[in-house]
Design a binder for this molecule. Structure first.
Ligand SMILES: [Zn+2]
Length: 165
C-alpha cells in the first residue's frame, strides 16, 4: 500500500483538526516510531522536536487549521529524520542557549548550517506530506523573513557573547 492509499483508506478526507490529530498520532507511532505530544502555550513556537526523548511537540495555540497541524508535524518529523540519519548534527546537537559555548570553528559551522538544515527539513516535510495528501498544502516554516530572523537572533546574540569573552 502506498502512503496515499493508506491515507485514503483510513483517513479519507480529513475534515477537522481532531481528524488531523488522530492521523498524526497514528502515523507517528506506526510509520515513524516517534511519539507526539500536543500542548497549549502562548509563546513563539509552533512546535519542536525533543531529540533526547524522540518526541514531537505540537503547540495547539499556534496551529489553527488542518494544514497548520500537518505542516508542523511533518516539519518536526523532518528534524527527527535528519537526526536519525545524522544530518546537520552540529545544529541539532546544540541547544539554542548554548550556542555561545561552541568553539569558534563549531560556531561557524552552526551558523552556516542552521538555515540550510531548516530548509532541508521543510523540503523533506513538504515531500512527505504530499505523499499522504497530495491536495493538502504544506506551509513552509522558513520562507518569510520574520521566521528566518527568529532563527538568526540567538546566533547573533551568541556572537556578541563570544566577542566579550
Ligand atoms: Zn525546524
Amino acid at each position: 500500500m502506498t502512503k496515499e492509499q493508506f491515507a485514503n483508506k483510513y483517513f479519507n478526507n480529513i475534515t477537522s483538526i481532531s481528524g488531523a490529530m488522530k492521523f498524526i498520532i497514528f502515523v507517528a507511532k506506526h510509520q515513524y516510531k516517534v511519539n507526539v505530544k500536543f500542548y497549549n502555550k502562548d509563546d513563539d513556537l509552533g512546535g519542536f522536536y525533543d531529540i533526547d526523548e524522540s518526541i514531537i511537540y505540537i503547540n495547539i495555540y499556534h496551529n489553527k487549521d488542518i494544514e497548520d497541524f500537518l505542516s508542523t508535524f511533518f516539519h518536526e518529523l523532518g528534524h527527527h529524520q535528519a537526526v536519525m540519519n545524522k544530518r546537520w548534527t552540529i545544529y541539532h546537537d546544540t541547544f539554542i542557549d548554548d550556542i555561545h559555548l561552541l568553539s569558534r570553528g563549531d560556531f561557524r559551522r552552526y551558523n552556516m548550517t542552521a538555515l540550510k538544515a531548516e530548509r532541508w527539513v521543510d523540503n523533506w516535510g513538504m515531500n512527505e506530506l504530499s505523499q499522504f495528501f497530495p491536495d493538502i498544502q504544506y506551509k513552509k516554516a522558513y520562507i518569510a523573513e520574520p521566521d528566518v530572523q527568529y532563527l538568526r537572533e540567538p546566533i547573533l546574540k551568541a556572537k556578541q557573547k563570544l566577542k566579550q569573552l
